[in-house]
Structures are given as C-alpha cells and as structure tokens.
Design a protein around this ligand. Structure first.
Ligand SMILES: [Zn+2]
Length: 395
C-alpha cells in the first residue's frame, strides 16, 4: 500500500515539471520571435502627421532607415546604397556634384537656392552600414573611414539666394550620386566596383616639370603620353561597357613631390580595384639604333590563375607595334624596375611605345595617322583583355 501511495504522490510533480518546461519553452519562443529593433521609432524623433510606422512599410526599407522621419513614404530610399549622407529639402534647393576628383580624392558638391547663409552640418543625417546618425558629431562618426573631412563655405548667388559648396576629402575613392525625394536630398556614396563591372585606369606617364625623354626635334614624352591618352579617352567615351579612369588629363603631375607622384599612380589603380592598369610611356637610349616597342609587366602576378600582367603585356605587344609599323622589341619583367609596375596589385602593363631617341621610331609615334592607329590598337587590346577576363571569370 505504501509503495502504491508513493507512486501516486510522485505522479503529480512529474506533470508539474512537464508544464513548467513547456511554459519556459513557449516563453523563449515568444522572446526570440518578437519583432523589435528596426520597427521602433527613436524617442526623440517625431513623425509629422502622426502616421504610425507599419511593419509592411518598414519591411521594404534598408537597415537603419526605419528611424528616419518620413522614410516609410519614400520610394527613393529603398534604392539607396549603404553610405548615405542627407539633409532636409527646402523649396528652390538644388544639389549637384560639381567635381569628382578621384585622383586627389576630393568630391565637390554644391547646394544652391538657399534662402540664408545658414547651411549647417549640424542638421545633417546619415545612414551608413545600417546605422542612423544625426547632427555634426553623429554624422562625423557615421562617415568616419569614408570621409576624412569636409569643408563647407557659403557664398551669395543669383536672385538674393546663397550657394553652399561642400568639399569632401575621401579616405578611398567614392562616386557620389545625388538623389532626392519629397523630404530629403541624399548624397549616395559608392565604391567604383559597386557601380562598374569592369574598370581600366590609364596613366599618361610623366607631366609638368617631369618632362620624361625628348626626341631630337624636341617632342617631349609627357606631351606625347597625354596626347595618346586624350585620343584613347575619345574612343572610351563612346562606350559604356567598361569604366575608364585617368591619372591625368592635363599637363600636370599628381603630386609636387616626384616620388609621391610615382607611388600615387599604382595606388589609384589599387584603390579603384581596376581590372587593368596601363601606363603609357616613350623610350630613349644612348644608342640611337635602339628601336621598337617594349612592354613591361609585373612577373610576381604571373601565378594568378586568371588574366595576369604578363598576358596583358603580351596582348599589347601583339597589336601596338604593328599599328605603328615598328618592330615588337619584347615584353620584360619589371617588378623590381619600375615603381608603377612594382606597386600595382592589379594587372599592369607599362607600354614603352617607341624610342624617341631613334629617328624612325620618333617619326612613327608622332605621325598623326599612325598615332591614331596605335591608339585604336591600345583601345582594342584593352577591350579584348577585359572580355577575356570576363570569360575567365565565368568559366
Ligand atoms: Zn617615361
């Protein structure tokens, strides 16, 4: 009897334990599944009109935007990138990117149609990597690692309005796209590779005080490299398959200091994550009989499974001398020879188009018709190499 009673008594606690465990499991499920975070408004933000933030509207908003007043009404916000600086839109306000100087990493944006001189970054907001920040300190914090600094100046403009000029100093190269909706102007910053599938950087060798070599009748290498680059740009501008960047499009060097200038050229290629980096040069030798086209490559890149620096150099040698009627001198490893080649982390070729010290070569590379043919050959090579790289990538 005792034993039976004992069994009866011990039956109850087992059931209670079971119920307790079920209760805890259900409680945990509720905590895990409960919607939170993005769907709550911050205490200090007031949504004009008192419109509640519905879950469906927020589901379409990228991370970080659900705390932004009026964001749920915007179709524009859904399509913005992950680094956005924005400010309130006022009547007559016009915002544009005035200059994108990717070489010096400065983007100049103008804000026109201001009614007063007051255009303070205190009012700015940003959403960067899903995090919403407000006010000068917040925005500086949010944009750290993207913008090193920005300068704002306001000056009087037409019709009694004012125009603000903002110069952003970039940590890396970004492209700024201006968007707007009913309430805001957005400065939407993208890394080049987020926008363009294929990128080529063309470097016109030398510039300004750095003349390079010269021909017997005074043709300077720095002028010739620029003239080839400008002609190449004309061809590149007619297509939109490949994005072309240039280290220079005028007679100038990238930095006053010669050494910094040389380091900067491959650094731009690396920062752009360029698919190809071409540096255009012309050769010279004390032996005036030296003649032909040479292309230098980075032999440390030859282990790459896809299209490498050496493949790029060979492709140029296959086409360029032929177009100029010059002999293909050869391709040469130069990882220890030239800074531009050595420091490039992307497929690089340094083209020594012909010898300015050789009478025949100098005549060929400066002849307008041959120059046109050579530039076409360079352009074709670049486009074919890009295509080859894309095919390699797909296989
Ligand atoms: Zn040179």
């Amino acid at each position: 009897m005792r034993r039976i009673r004992k069994r009866k008594n011990s039956g109850l606690p087992v059931m209670w334990w079971f119920l307790l465990v079920m209760f805890i499991v259900c409680g945990l499920l509720v905590v895990v599944m409960w919607p939170r975070g993005e769907n709550t408004l911050s205490d200090t933000e007031h949504v004009p009109g008192g419109a509640g933030v519905t879950q469906e509207a927020n589901a379409d908003l990228p991370p970080g935007w659900s705390s932004v007043p009026e964001a749920q009404k915007s179709d524009v916000i859904k399509n913005l990138g992950s680094r956005v600086l924005f400010f309130e839109k006022k009547d007559g306000m016009k915002v544009q990117v005035l200059e994108d100087d990717y070489v010096q990493r400065k983007i100049t944006v103008t804000v026109g149609g201001l009614t007063s001189e007051q255009f303070s970054s205190e009012d700015w907001k940003c959403v960067v990597s899903g995090k919403y920040e407000r006010g000068l300190e917040g925005v500086q914090n949010g944009m750290s690692g993207i913008m090193e600094d920005w300068e704002i100046s306001v000056s009087p403009a037409q019709g009694g309005t004012y125009e603000a000029t903002i110069v952003f100093s970039e940590q890396d190269i970004y492209e700024c796209r201006v968007e707007s909706d009913e309430n805001y102007f957005f400065l939407d910053f993208y890394r080049p590779k987020e926008l363009y599938a294929s990128i080529v950087l063309v470097d016109a060798g030398h510039g300004a005080p750095d003349v390079g070599t010269s021909s017997a009748d005074g043709v300077r290498e720095k002028d010739l490299t620029l003239s080839y680059t400008l002609a190449l740009k004309e061809l590149a501008d007619k297509q939109d398959k490949v994005k072309f960047y240039y280290t220079r499009l005028e007679d100038d060097r990238l930095n006053e200091d010669y050494s910094t200038d040389l380091h900067l050229r491959p650094e731009i290629a690396n920062n752009l994550e360029a698919d190809l980096f071409l540096s255009i040069h012309f050769n010279a030798h004390e032996n005036k009989n030296y003649s032909g086209t040479q292309v230098y490559y980075n032999e440390t890149q030859n282990e790459w499974t896809t299209f490498c620096s050496k493949d790029f150099a060979q492709a140029l040698l296959d086409k360029v001398p032929d177009a100029l009627g010059l002999k293909p001198f050869g391709i040469f490893p130069a990882a220890e020879l030239y800074t531009v080649v050595k420091e490039s982390a992307v497929p690089v070729a340094l083209l020594e188009t012909g010898y300015l010290s050789h009478t025949g070569d100098a005549a060929a590379v400066t002849d307008p018709a041959l120059q046109k043919a050579a530039v076409q050959a360079i352009y074709d090579t670049l486009m074919e190499c890009i295509e080859e790289m894309q095919n390699d990538g797909e296989n």
